[in-house]
Design a protein around this ligand. Structure first.
Ligand code: FMN
Length: 339
């Protein structure tokens, strides 16, 4: 299956179960709205729409008269050399969000393997609705990837870090904004202060990062606490309404910490041209959520690798047109906003 067919097929399969991402549709005479659990957003979807609006307002500057070259998309991320700065975002709660459309273990394996085939890195979230134990550490014994742990109790995070340390994990993240999710009402997640995070940072020798960072203050604190990276993310607009769009906050955060730590960013990335804008605004690499998910739902491992390959090909075209030879040289001089 080609990219467009994969996305269409994935969306269609989920729509038939009443799961849509952004626009309400009528399916079998029933109104189907974007919702949570599901693939939708929290609240009224302000963050989701603002993210898209901001991305759509940028264009990539064209420099067509120059020597021909093959853009180099290779990057080194968390000490690993990879073919593309486009990674799969952590996604969990698959059983609930996708109403059993795909088995959670199969989903995570498809994401990690599909990314590996495409020369990228996949991520695993921290599922709360599984009776199978801690899936990420089980899976990462065989396949490498990034693991993102929910802001559970310190003891539970400690156990997960210890389990992951025995695997092929590339980096461990903690999604601090996971505190806004359904697990809050169940008392399973809580905010973490600087002392908590300083302690957690000592538990793993490899790279660690904090996900859900949307302010310069938090980015600087993450750096001071010894984290190797941050993820500028609003959890796919699934945390709270009126969260800032990550793409809006990225430039000021990058100004404060670029070069000191790895900057990941995500939200609303649907093609490699969106990825180029994020890289131009200061991200070292981007994470893609729902678009990768459609790939896994439509065609498993092959669907995921097709998605990452297609987005990387887009990125390469954007670099060619902008006359930008490698990822490190992408900056905001290559993009412009419509007035
Ligand atoms: C179904 C689903 C489950 C998610 N689960 C997690 C999770 O467990 N941990 C996490 O840090 N982020 C989670 N996210 C957020 C993604 O990691 C990422 O931030 C977001 O999807 C990026 O936006 P995009 O979907 O527009 O690409 C989830 C997103 C979706 C769509």
């Amino acid at each position: 299956m080609k990219f467009n067919e994969i996305i269409e097929n994935g969306k269609q399969k989920l729509k038939s179960l009443g799961i849509v991402e952004s626009t309400s549709v009528i399916q079998d005479g029933q109104n189907v709205h974007p919702s949570l659990p599901g693939l939708g957003w929290s609240g009224n979807g302000e963050t989701y729409r603002n993210t898209r609006r901001m991305l759509d307002n940028y264009f990539i500057k064209h420099r067509m008269i120059a020597d021909h070259f093959t853009p180099n998309t290779v990057v080194t991320l968390f000490e690993k050399r990879i073919k593309t700065p486009i990674l799969a975002a952590p996604m969990s709660g698959i059983k609930t969000n996708l109403r059993g459309q795909i088995n959670e273990t199969e989903f995570m394996k498809s994401v990690l393997t599909g990314c590996e085939i495409a020369g990228s890195i996949g991520s695993c979230g921290d599922s709360y609705d599984t009776s199978d134990g801690y899936l990420a550490s089980d899976i990462m014994r065989d396949i490498s990837g990034i693991a993102v742990i929910k802001p559970r109790s310190l003891e539970e995070i400690e156990i997960r870090i210890a389990m992951l340390a025995q695997t092929n994990v590339v980096a461990i993240g903690i999604d601090l904004d996971g505190v806004t999710g359904l697990m809050l009402e169940e008392g399973k997640v809580s905010k973490k202060n600087a002392a908590d995070l300083r302690h957690l940072r000592t538990l793993f020798q490899g790279p660690m990062f904090l996900k859900g960072i949307l302010s310069v203050e938090d980015a600087l604190t993450a750096y001071e606490l010894g984290f190797n990276g941050i993820s500028v993310s609003a959890h796919g607009s699934r945390s709270i309404d009126r969260a800032p769009a990550p793409v809006y906050m990225l430039p000021e955060i990058a100004k404060a910490v670029k070069g000191k730590m790895t900057i990941l960013a995500d939200g609303g990335i649907r093609d490699g041209f969106d990825a180029f804008v994020y890289l131009a605004l200061g991200a070292d690499a981007v994470m893609v959520g729902r678009t990768v998910l459609y790939g896994a739902v439509a065609a498993g491992t092959e669907g995921v690798s097709t998605v990452i390959n297609k987005l990387t090909a887009d990125l390469s075209r954007a670099m060619l047109v902008a006359n930008c030879h490698d990822v490190a040289s992408i900056n905001d001089s290559f993009i412009q906003k419509y007035e």
